[in-house]
Design a protein around this ligand. Structure first.
Ligand code: MN
Length: 203
């Protein structure tokens, strides 16, 4: 850790007594990588699953949302990269625009890349995705634990599966997609967001 750019920042602070962030994630690494799941009420309702990779949000549309049951393999259709700032977006996309509909921040947090080579060195996430298999540890408010992203078809019909790994956070009885529908940032449901959007236009 001595080569960290944050050494000076950390060495001059006692994080047991100051409320300032240490800049370390739960795994002790310096890198805080964002993940976000946006419920998107567009032409058809789906959940956009996005993870930060090399400065953009790699994205998949997951029609049924993320499951906590390892036996549930959720289809994930790749979509275009989004800017990191999209992880803050909640609101209404005008009907005639691309992706027109309501976006709700269903879950958000940090993730860690779990893939290592035989020497225990992390394999870069971009390389994992290129190879069609990634394993990640999510730490959100609704979704936690290990997940695998597995590419099952390539080319024009590229598709992936998003599957809960069988760890201590696996829970076949939980069904957060239906029992925890509200936004993690605003507490709103889809209808609240639509109504707030209409009020904005009236201002
Ligand atoms: Mn979408």
């Amino acid at each position: 850790m001595s080569d960290s750019k944050l050494d000076k920042y950390r060495n001059t602070r006692d994080f047991d007594t100051t409320g300032e962030p240490s800049g370390k994630t739960m795994d002790g690494s310096d890198q805080t990588l964002l993940f976000v799941i946006q419920k998107h009420d567009a032409t058809s309702l789906h959940y956009d699953f996005r993870i930060e990779v090399d400065g953009v949000l790699k994205s998949w549309a997951v029609p049924k949302g993320v499951s906590t049951d390892p036996r549930e393999k959720r289809l994930a259709m790749p979509t275009e990269d989004h800017p990191l700032e999209y992880g803050d977006f909640e609101g209404v996309i005008p009907k005639d625009e691309y992706g027109g509909g309501t976006v709700l921040l269903w879950d958000r947090g940090t993730y860690k890349n779990l893939k290592e080579d035989d020497d225990g060195q992390p394999i870069p996430m971009a390389q994992c995705l290129e190879g069609g298999h990634a394993t990640i540890f999510l730490k959100g408010e609704k979704i936690e634990g290990g997940y695998a992203l597995i590419r099952t078809d390539t080319g024009k019909n590229e598709r992936w599966l998003l599957v809960k790994m069988d760890d201590e956070k696996a829970d076949a009885r939980r069904n957060p997609v239906s029992t925890e529908p509200l936004s993690v940032v605003s507490g709103r449901d889809l209808q609240n967001i639509v109504e707030d959007g209409e009020n904005d236009e009236a201002d």
